[in-house]
Design a protein around this ligand. Structure first.
Ligand code: IPE
Ligand code: IPE
Ligand code: MG
Length: 243
């Protein structure tokens, strides 16, 4: 199967470069993270107009705990502020909020805020915003494997039932289609443990700009560029198939 020119229904973004954005301005890293939240707001507002139905954003990785404690606590604080300040607007705009990642090790206060956001917006359909928080692809895959192993041990399923589709359904992203496009800002050329399973056939776009500088125009251009990609999924482009 080859596809061209389509609009990506699911765009996933590695929001990177907040620290370097701040450093370039002689500001503390926290200022960069704050400006990053503004960029997130702009992106969420712009997405539905570009035909995007699912937007997944990498906000805190399972490896980000290794940063200085003060920065970790700043990032936790910003998540709380984002949910508290923006939940009403998100809900009003028909945004359905879901959170992917391991919640078990988060503060109870954050867990309940995330649950509140999910519960309030569960019926919305204008855009699904998946916030990857305390998220790591390997961790997610290991937790899914554990879930499936438990089902086998309980006799609920057979090992033969563990197909790629069944595995997808055991991930945090169950019910969300794979991202057609993964964008990373800040010029780094790696996935940093983001959506390892789901990005198997994603188109990748690496942008030099730092996340706080990301605008609706950057998003629109990435979507246009996606439309020019030839996606083959292991097959052949139509012009290469012998008649
Ligand atoms: C991305 O910006 C935000 C998080 C990882 C939470 P960084 O904080 O990684 O910024 P750089 O990469 O140091 O510039
Ligand atoms: C990836 O960025 C995680 C998020 C954007 C939340 P990092 O800044 O943590 O990734 P590395 O350390 O450069 O790979
Ligand atoms: Mg970074």
């Amino acid at each position: 199967m080859t596809t061209y020119g389509a609009t990506p229904a699911h765009v996933a973004i590695i929001m990177d470069g907040n620290g370097r954005w701040a450093k370039a301005r002689g500001l503390p890293r926290l200022a960069g993270h704050r400006a990053g939240v503004e960029a997130l707001r702009r992106t969420v507002r712009a997405a539905p107009g570009l035909g995007i139905a699912y937007l997944t954003v990498y906000a805190f990785s399972s490896e980000n705990w290794s940063r200085p404690q003060s920065e970790v606590s700043d990032l936790m604080g910003l998540l709380k502020i984002f949910i508290r300040r923006d939940l009403a607007e998100l809900h009003q705009n028909g945004v359905k909020v879901v959170v992917i990642g391991d919640r078990a090790t988060l503060q109870p206060e954050i867990r309940s805020l995330l649950e509140e956001a999910e519960l309030l917006t569960a019926g919305n359909g204008a855009l699904t915003l998946a916030i990857a928080f305390n998220y790591g692809g390997r961790d997610e895959i290991a937790r899914a494997a554990r879930k499936l192993a438990l089902s086998v041990a309980r006799g609920e399923i057979d090992p033969e039932d563990i197909t790629p589709a069944a595995f997808s359904s055991a991930l945090d992203t169950a019910g969300i289609p794979d991202p057609e496009l993964v964008i990373r800002t800040s010029g780094e050329l790696r996935l940093s443990n983001f959506l390892l399973w789901q990005a198997a056939y994603s188109e990748l776009a690496f942008l030099p700009c730092y996340w706080p500088d990301f605008s609706a125009d950057h998003l629109a251009e990435a979507v246009r560029e996606f439309g020019r990609r030839e996606r083959r999924f292991g097959g052949l482009a139509p012009q290469d198939v012998a008649l």
